[in-house]
Design a protein around this ligand. Structure first.
Ligand SMILES: C[S@@+](CC[C@H](N)C(=O)[O-])C[C@H]1O[C@@H](n2cnc3c(N)ncnc32)[C@H](O)[C@@H]1O
Length: 211
């Protein structure tokens, strides 16, 4: 699909053919803010946010092509030119984006990785990478069903001295605490959110600044 970018390992190692520092100019042809959804799966947040904000650009990142195929297909069907998908490992994010190139990061129902804390997308291994690409006033959003990932992330926010903006263990019961427009965003349902909610999970949300 024309809206899916899939760099090879060779491109990542050599830096050739990558859009690092050039996403605005070469991919979106404008200078609007760029928002990432990491571990996007089918990309419900990338597509949903792109619909709401034509003056922002969105990039869904995941290693699983079959999942992003759904979001990429939907974006093509709707003729959206402010959302693309990047098939790669989040681990390579600093090879793919330049310093200060990113305005916001969404982590949607990231794998809790019970036995591999370093693989959690809010571990220092990943946050150190986000620090390199995220603007100083940019925030990270985490929406999750997982108590483990949520408690771990809140612990990291406290231990590492990140600035928390919102933290809620039950986002839907506290929706009224958020600005109206943001309530609409928090109500987006991803594929995994739908699955977990059917099993009775309570959805948690944290928004924090890492700089
Ligand atoms: C539980 S799924 C959630 C998908 C989607 N955000 C949703 O809510 O439906 C987690 C996703 O993160 C992706 N993922 C996990 N670790 C990753 C990594 N290091 N690099 C790229 N993708 C990763 C997986 O491939 C998977 O699609």
């Amino acid at each position: 699909m024309p809206n899916v970018i899939e760099p090879s390992m060779e491109d990542i190692k050599s830096g050739d053919k990558l859009y690092k520092g050039k996403w605005s100019e070469k991919v979106f042809n404008n200078s609007f803010p760029i928002v990432l959804e990491l571990g996007c799966g089918k990309g419900e947040y990338s597509v949903g946010l792109a619909r709401m904000y034509p003056e922002k650009n969105f990039i869904g990142v995941d290693i699983k092509g079959a999942r992003m195929w759904v979001g990429a297909g939907q974006a093509l069907k709707e003729g959206m030119n402010n959302v693309v998908f990047l098939r790669t490992k989040v681990d390579f994010i600093t090879q793919l984006f330049a310093e200060n190139e990113i305005d916001e990061i969404w982590l949607t129902f990231s794998d809790p990785q019970p036995n591999k804390p370093n693989k959690r997308l809010t571990s220092p291994y990943f946050i150190d990478r986000y620090k390199k690409i995220l603007k100083k006033d940019g925030v990270v959003h985490l929406k999750t069903d997982s108590d483990l990932l949520f408690e771990y992330t809140v612990g990291e926010i406290n231990n590492q001295g990140y600035e928390s903006k919102y933290i809620t263990k039950d986002v839907y019961s506290e929706l009224g605490a958020f600005p109206l427009e943001f309530q609409e965003i928090l109500k987006f349902k991803t594929h995994y959110e739908t699955l977990f909610t059917q099993r009775g999970s309570i959805i948690k949300y944290a928004q924090f600044s890492i700089h």
